[in-house]
Design a protein around this ligand. Structure first.
Ligand code: CP
Length: 312
């Protein structure tokens, strides 16, 4: 059996191209499984997984939980707001207490960049990063790249645009690493105030012109403005942002070609994307959600294969 080069999924930057292809091949198999009348396989019957969410989530939390249950793992869920974290318990103490209950894998979302890496260096379990602050969201980038590949074929030479609040986006950074690794060309677009300085050093191009970006690309990933992470005003008004950087049907008609439209969710309809575009035939937003379960099944399955747990 082919194996991943890593023992944890901390970020796309720790993977290599073979890892991504292996995850995609495994996800192809699990996508077929979850479309069967019986959607469950016994692969992880003796494995216990804890989902630790220190930040809100709809898609990622439910998708990981479903992926774990489809693989027949035992699942426990932890949300910071209902836990002893509010009484001052440290992250390592919290996780070690959970691991004392014989947990094999920890899926964690945390507001601090580097939290997943820190955990992997301090506790004895396989760690999966479900989003760490503004840093990385590797399973999202894997499902985004997988969904684009499903529509456009091999990503080598494909032109992918990422539009919006790049500065505060872990999805953007993980997407850049994944898409570049798979040979795509990547352009970032947004107001200058929301594009990190020196981001071109990652091998991407940058534009502040949405129409030019739309004409250039084969697929566009529209990102949400992350108001909850902003301590400053990065643009004058939401209305002006929507006019300059929001995607609507009029702009799509002007480019006179079809492009694939992605959004990681949650969507702010009428800001970065209008409802008619989000619900249009070229938008693959719900395909991304469906593929997310297969991708997360693949990631968990491949990481558990590296744990060398004795079979009884
Ligand atoms: N795409 C994503 O991370 O969504 P959630 O915040 O709902 O998990």
């Amino acid at each position: 059996m082919k194996k991943l080069s890593v023992d944890h999924l901390l970020g796309i930057k720790y993977l290599n191209e073979d890892d991504i292809h292996l995850i995609f091949e495994t996800a192809d198999h699990f996508k077929e499984v979850i479309n069967r009348p019986i959607k469950k396989v016994p692969s992880l019957r003796d494995i216990t997984i804890a989902n630790l969410f220190f930040e809100n989530s709809t898609r990622t939390k439910l998708s990981f939980e479903l992926a774990e249950k489809r693989l027949s793992a035992d699942v426990i869920n932890f949300s910071a707001s209902q836990s002893s974290v509010s009484k001052g318990e440290t992250l390592i103490d919290t996780v070690n207490n959970i691991l004392a209950m014989k947990v094999d894998v920890v899926v964690m979302r945390h507001p601090n960049p580097g939290a997943a890496l820190f955990l992997s260096q301090n506790v004895d379990a396989c760690i999966i990063n479900a989003g760490d602050g503004t840093h990385e969201h590797p399973s999202q980038a894997l499902l985004d790249a997988y969904s684009i590949k499903e529509k456009l074929g091999d990503l080598k030479g494909k032109r992918i645009a990422i539009v919006g609040d790049i500065l505060h986006s872990r999805v953007a950074l993980s997407n850049i690493f994944a898409l570049k690794m798979l040979g795509a060309e990547v352009k970032l677009c947004g107001p200058k105030s929301l594009i990190p300085r020196h981001i071109q050093s990652l091998g991407v191009s940058v534009s502040t012109d949405l129409m030019e970006t739309l004409k250039w690309c084969d697929a566009v990933n529209m990102l949400r403005v992350q108001n909850e992470r902003m301590d400053l005003n990065y643009f004058p008004t939401t209305r002006e942002y929507a006019q300059l950087y929001g995607l609507n049907l009029k702009k799509l008609e002007r480019i006179k070609k079809e492009i694939v439209i992605l959004h990681p969710g949650p969507i702010n309809r009428g800001v970065e994307i209008t409802s008619d575009v989000a619900d249009s035939k070229n938008a693959i937003i719900l395909d991304q959600v469906e593929n997310g379960v297969a991708i997360r099944m693949a990631v968990i399955y491949l990481l558990v294969a590296k744990l060398n747990i004795p079979q009884v």
